[in-house]
Ligand binder design. Structure first.
Ligand SMILES: C[S@@+](CC[C@H](N)C(=O)[O-])C[C@H]1O[C@@H](n2cnc3c(N)ncnc32)[C@H](O)[C@@H]1O
Length: 282
């Protein structure tokens, strides 16, 4: 049997899977090589580099539209958003820049949080977007402190979905909104590996859409939108990402090609799907 004192926790393993050494330098060098002026960066300059999910920024904007973030709030104050597993912060800066949201981002991976802070400062969003290291399964926020819980492609390493969604419910105010983009199981399982988030089944924790829906219903969430975004978010359908794309910087050329090939097969064989969904917390 493994000794718990020497066996990494799921969280440590996940952070190790995603984390990269010296990532701030790697990302800034890639942006410079792509012709970006590092002293005058805009959120638009970052679109290829900071949206770490299938479908890129268009998928973020689509989910925001489905969640109604373009509509004014009842009292005119900005929405307080928690982005769970927010990575390098691209979705958060998009929600702040396009919809005036005040966004708190939590992510397990320290090197991503460092990059996120650097990019947020460089585009001048530090007053609207804050980043911290933390675990989605243990959200360090008071009850009912957010209007929106947002998450894109971040739950796939998390086996304990009930604790995850209970936490989302706890930190949402009554009437608040849960919006997510999430890869889920297809008709056939398992998928071909590697997928972006796992090399094999040991870190692959995706549920079937109906299981997720049933759990959210049991927890009292009320479904507003459930939209399949499988085709538009699959890298099996997308052109190869540019050298400064986050996927390339994190995974490297060889692994990324293997992931795209596996994605293509998973798509063709119905072994995965991606959902855009919006729920209300009563
Ligand atoms: C594919 S990236 C998505 C990043 C971001 N949501 C985006 O769309 O650009 C997956 C992210 O989930 C984070 N993550 C995975 N498990 C987590 C957990 N238990 N708590 C917090 N973050 C987690 C990883 O650190 C990683 O940044």
């Amino acid at each position: 049997m493994n000794d718990p004192a020497t066996t990494p926790s799921d969280a440590e393993r996940t952070a190790r899977y995603w984390g990269r050494e010296d990532l701030v330098r790697v990302v800034l060098d890639a942006l410079r090589s792509a012709g970006k002026d590092l002293d005058a960066l805009s959120a638009d300059d970052l679109a290829a580099t900071d949206q770490f999910h299938g479908g890129g920024r268009p998928a973020t904007l689509r989910l925001a539209e489905l969640a109604g973030l373009h509509e004014p709030t009842a009292d005119g104050t900005p929405r307080r958003v928690l982005d769970v597993g927010g990575g390098l912060g691209g979705p958060a800066r998009t929600l702040a820049g396009r919809f005036g949201c005040i966004v708190t981002v939590i992510d397990l991976t320290d090197s991503y949080v460092q990059v996120a802070q650097e990019l947020t400062a460089r585009v001048g969003f530090s007053e609207r977007v804050t980043h911290r290291v933390g675990d989605a399964l243990d959200l360090p926020f008071p009850d009912a402190s957010f209007d929106v819980v947002w998450t894109q492609n971040s739950g796939m390493n998390i086996a304990d979905k009930e604790t995850l969604y209970r936490g989302f419910r706890r930190v949402l105010r009554p009437g608040g909104t849960l919006a997510f983009q999430e890869p889920m199981a297809g008709e056939l399982s398992p998928p071909h590996f590697p997928v972006m988030w796992a090399d094999d089944e040991s870190m692959h924790h995706v549920w079937a859409p109906e299981e997720v829906r049933a759990l959210l219903g049991r927890l009292g969430f009320v479904e507003r939108v459930w939209e399949y975004a499988t085709e538009s978010t699959s890298s099996g359908n997308a052109p190869p990402p540019p050298p400064h794309a986050v996927q390339r910087l994190i995974m490297g050329d060889e692994k990324l090609a293997a992931i795209a090939a596996a994605n293509r097969r998973n798509l063709d064989e119905g072994r995965s799907c991606t959902v855009h969904a919006v729920f209300s917390r009563p």
